[in-house]
Design a protein around this ligand. Structure first.
Ligand code: C2E
Ligand code: CA
Ligand code: CA
Ligand code: CA
Length: 257
């Protein structure tokens, strides 16, 4: 395993240079309107021998090898360029790693990348996972404040799976709350899951946050979420993540449910 990791590390360095790390785009859809509101940007490694590698495999390596800054930058630049080319008023949501919330230059890097692509920052949402916030809430709050000054929106990702969720919500200026996929997928079988999702959506509403549910795979889940008043949905039912070249097909196709 150790050798495997260091092998991936060497390869990842090369992959970043040769353009094998690319953004994929998953539709985010208004749950009541059925209208496309934007995309979540999800990194993919298009490996010439191994095929498509998912971020769960290479993001931890990038973090450990101090390559995550470079990775975020290449993803942002490509995502900005692809979305700008669509000439629509669509939002993009980009994931940042926990360790990047300790890097006070993050906001400058994002601003620079956006300027290069003439991408308006009010259309960018940065998704932060809860575990990111545990050990350095104060520094994270400073960085979050800088991002907000640029007009960037902030989403609390995977809500309910991390630590001290409510404290995080209170400490940082979030705009959006993402209900974790694990709750959405167990909603149909489990009444408790349904109640948890209802409570999270209610919490988001009372804090005036946009509520987003991820991992929606079927109509029943979409119906329940609509009924609960969730704002935005994401999942196979609306479409999987796609490459930049397929974006134009999606924006012209009507969304289902
Ligand atoms: P996440 O932010 O929670 O992203 C949602 C994950 O759920 C994505 O996996 C997506 O492909 C998957 N998904 C979407 N709809 C459905 C569905 O209906 N059913 C199921 N079963 N899954 C669905 P993916 O793309 O493999 O990404 C995994 C994680 O890697 C992400 O979780 C995110 O935390 C991280 N990640 C992805 N791209 C980046 C990046 O550019 N930078 C950083 N730091 N992390 C990233
Ligand atoms: Ca995310
Ligand atoms: Ca998530
Ligand atoms: Ca996740």
């Amino acid at each position: 395993m150790a050798t495997k990791r260091s092998e991936i590390k060497t390869e990842l360095k090369k992959a970043l240079k040769s353009g094998e790390i690319v953004p994929y785009f998953q539709p985010m859809v208004g749950i009541r309107t059925g209208l496309l509101v934007g995309f979540e940007v999800l990194a993919r490694w298009l490996h010439p021998q191994r095929g498509t590698i998912h971020p769960d495999v290479f993001i931890p390596v990038a973090e450990q090898a101090d390559l995550i800054g470079e990775l975020t930058e290449t993803i942002l630049l490509q995502a900005f360029a692809a979305t700008t080319a669509l000439k629509r008023d669509l939002n993009i949501s980009v994931n940042v790693s926990p360790i990047q919330l300790r890097d006070s230059s993050l906001s400058e890097e994002i601003a620079r990348a956006a300027a290069m692509a003439s991408f308006p920052l009010h259309r960018l949402t940065i998704e932060i996972t809860e575990s990111a916030l545990v050990d350095n809430l104060e520094l994270a709050a400073t960085i979050a404040g800088k991002l907000k000054q640029l007009g960037v929106k902030l989403a609390l990702d995977d809500f309910g799976t991390g630590y001290s969720s409510l404290r995080n919500l209170q400490a940082l200026p979030f705009d959006e709350l993402k209900v974790d996929r694990t709750f959405v997928s167990s909603m149909i079988q489990s009444r408790d899951s349904r109640k948890i999702v209802a409570a999270v959506i209610g919490l988001g509403q009372s804090l005036k946050l946009t509520t987003v549910a991820e991992g929606i795979e079927n109509e029943t889940q979409a119906d329940i979420l609509r009924w609960l008043g969730c704002d935005v949905g994401q999942g196979w039912i609306y479409g999987p993540p796609v490459a930049a070249r397929d974006l134009s097909k999606i924006i012209d196709a009507p969304m289902s449910t």
